[in-house]
Write a new protein. Structure first.
Length: 308
């Protein structure tokens, strides 16, 4: 009989509930500990597993084989490094870290310790994306457009760090960008950034971006918006034969964030496969981080709206 993978969750913000639900339904993974720096947040999650306000105590006392890191972006590198150095497998929410240097250090540490470092890109496990990917297996895309449009204040909830450029790593490019870039990689292959038009608010947080990429012989365009009235998250592929294929990542999921439930089940399954079987899933965190850095390097500041 397969022994359950003992998992701790570090960070109990808005995304953690999707992992906690996925763990509830898992047959071969089990939640054994949770952690959040805020005692009030931790108290709200009081349950049958131990709770910690210090992730180091969780790593030392929680009896974990693996941790899921959903803490703010600016502490990803530190928490991941502390887990990896103890031989604990890591599933970290995108972005892997705040910059490429931090990401490279984590990848090197994971190799040195022979420990899994998995970056979670939840849209990779979306049912409509899977359908589009299957269709593209027998058709060549000439151009791909990924739209990731939302009002960040609605999606962040009490996690106000999203709007702190230093803690987030920037704004929509740093946080939503990795998911969109990973979809380009999934559907077209490795990409490089060509140009980036970015709109920032008075605090320096990027609110909108229009990023052009090249992947092999195909073009890609990533449209990001944190000031969008509503929510739109889709992929459009224009084929060489003139057809257009689409994937609406919210289709069939009318409730707020409803699509995330099945996507995070997919993340947990993929992470467990990586831990148990040594698959290559979740290895794209550094590639997405490089594209984020390249987009900022290529930034063309603009005052007008670039996303519609």
């Amino acid at each position: 009989m397969t022994r359950p993978l003992r998992v701790g969750v570090v960070g109990l913000g808005v995304i953690s509930r999707f992992y906690l639900r996925a763990l509830e339904g898992a047959s071969t993974a089990r939640l054994v500990a949770v952690c959040d720096r805020d005692p009030a947040v931790l108290a709200a999650h009081a349950g049958p597993v131990p709770g910690y306000t210090d992730h180091l105590r969780l790593l030392e006392e929680g009896g974990v084989d693996a941790v899921v890191v959903t803490a703010p972006n600016d502490v990803h590198a530190r928490v991941c490094a502390d887990a990896l150095s103890r031989g604990v497998a890591v599933c970290v929410e995108k972005p892997l870290a705040l910059n490429v240097a931090e990401g490279e250090a984590l990848m090197a540490l994971a190799r040195e310790r022979g420990t899994v470092l998995f970056t979670a890109f939840h849209r990779r496990y979306n049912a409509e994306v899977a359908r589009l990917r299957a269709a593209l297996a027998s058709a060549r895309a000439e151009e791909l457009t990924v739209r990731y449009l939302e009002r960040i204040e609605e999606h962040a909830g009490t996690d106000t760090w999203y709007l702190d450029a230093r803690r987030c790593g920037g704004g929509c490019v740093a946080d939503n960008g990795p998911n969109a870039f990973d979809l380009v990689d999934l559907l077209l292959g490795p990409a490089e950034a060509v140009s980036a038009r970015i709109v920032r608010d008075g605090g320096g947080t990027d609110r909108r971006a229009d990023i052009a990429l090249r992947a092999g012989g195909a073009r890609a365009r990533v449209l990001l918006d944190w000031s969008y009235a509503g929510e739109r998250k889709d992929v459009e592929a224009r084929l060489e034969d003139g057809r257009t294929l689409t994937a609406d990542m919210l289709a069939g999921h009318p409730g707020f964030k409803e699509s995330l439930w099945h996507e995070y089940e997919g993340i947990l399954d993929a992470f467990e496969r990586r831990v148990r079987c040594g698959s290559e899933e979740g290895a794209g965190g550094l590639a997405a981080l490089r594209l984020v850095e390249d987009a900022y390097r290529l930034e063309e500041p603009v005052a007008e709206e670039v996303v519609g």
